[in-house]
Design a protein around this ligand. Structure first.
Ligand code: SAH
Length: 212
C-alpha cells in the first residue's frame, strides 16, 4: 500500500529535516504514516509534497512541516499524554498524535470530515483517539484537564475556555490571528499562563458558528 509512495515519503522527511525539524521520533511517525490515505484520489499524486491540500468542505490538510513543527513543540515542552486536538479535518495530524501520545481527544465541527477521519484511523489500527462532533472553541470540558492542546485552525482571539482546560504544566499550541496569524505557544505554570510566538503561519479559520 505504501510502496509506491515510499521514495516521495523519504524525500519529504529529508525536506522536513532541512527545514529544521529535529525530533527524530516525530520524523519517524511521519515517515510511517501514509499521508496519501488522507487525501482525495485526484490529489493523491501530491500527497508527499510539503504543502497544505484541499480536503473538501472548504478545509485543508495541514502542511507536513506545520504538522511536524507543532508536534515537536508539544514534545519539547514535555507533553506526553492526554492531548486535545481541535480541528480533526482529514485526521492526518490526529494519526501522528495517536502514535506519540498515550491518549488523544479530537474535536471537529463538520460531521462528514469526522466520520471519514475515524475510518482512516481505524484502517491504521489507531484506537487511542476519542472523537467529538462539536465546537472546538469550547474544548471538551468532561475530558479536561489536558496536558497538551493543539489547535489546527486559526483563532481570531485566544480561546479562554481552552486555556482553562490546560493541566498544570500543560501547553497549548495554536495559530492566533485572522489575516496575519502567529503560531503561539501557551504554557500553564502553576496557574500562570506564559505566551511565546513561534512563527507566522496560514491556517483556515477556527469557525465560531453552528456545527455541521
Ligand atoms: N489537522 C487537520 C486540519 C484540518 S483544517 C488536517 O491536517 O487535516 C481545520 C479543521 O478545523 C477543519 O476540518 C474545520 O472544519 C475544523 N474547525 C474549524 N472551526 C472549528 C471549530 N470551531 N470546532 C471544531 N472544528 C473546527
Amino acid at each position: 500500500m505504501f510502496n509506491n509512495y515510499q521514495r516521495s515519503a523519504d524525500k519529504l522527511i529529508t525536506n522536513l529535516r532541512a527545514q529544521g525539524v529535529q525530533d527524530e521520533v516525530v520524523l519517524r511517525a511521519m515517515l510511517n504514516t501514509p499521508r496519501h490515505l488522507f487525501i482525495d484520489d485526484v490529489l493523491k499524486h501530491k500527497s508527499y509534497e510539503n504543502t497544505a491540500l484541499p480536503i473538501g468542505q472548504g478545509q485543508t490538510i495541514s502542511q507536513p512541516y506545520i504538522v511536524a513543527k507543532m508536534t515537536e513543540v508539544l514534545r519539547q515542552v514535555g507533553v506526553h499524554d492526554n492531548v486535545l486536538e481541535v480541528g480533526t479535518g482529514s485526521g492526518y495530524q490526529t494519526a501522528i498524535l495517536a502514535q506519540l501520545f498515550d491518549k488523544v481527544f479530537s474535536i471537529e465541527r463538520i460531521k462528514a470530515l469526522q466520520w471519514q477521519a475515524k475510518r482512516r484511523l481505524h484502517q491504521l489500527d489507531l484506537y487511542n483517539v476519542s472523537m467529538k462532533h462539536g465546537d472546538g472553541w469550547l474544548g471538551w470540558h468532561s475530558k479536561a484537564p489536558f496536558k497538551g492542546i493543539i489547535v489546527t485552525a486559526a483563532a481570531s482571539s485566544v480561546p479562554e475556555s481552552l486555556l482553562a482546560q490546560l493541566d498544570d504544566g500543560g501547553a497549548m499550541i495554536i495559530p492566533v490571528g485572522v489575516e496575519e496569524q502567529i503560531l503561539t505557544l501557551f504554557v500553564n505554570q502553576g496557574g500562570k499562563i506564559t505566551r511565546q510566538d513561534i512563527a507566522a503561519v496560514k491556517f483556515v479559520p477556527l469557525v465560531a458558528g453552528p456545527i455541521l
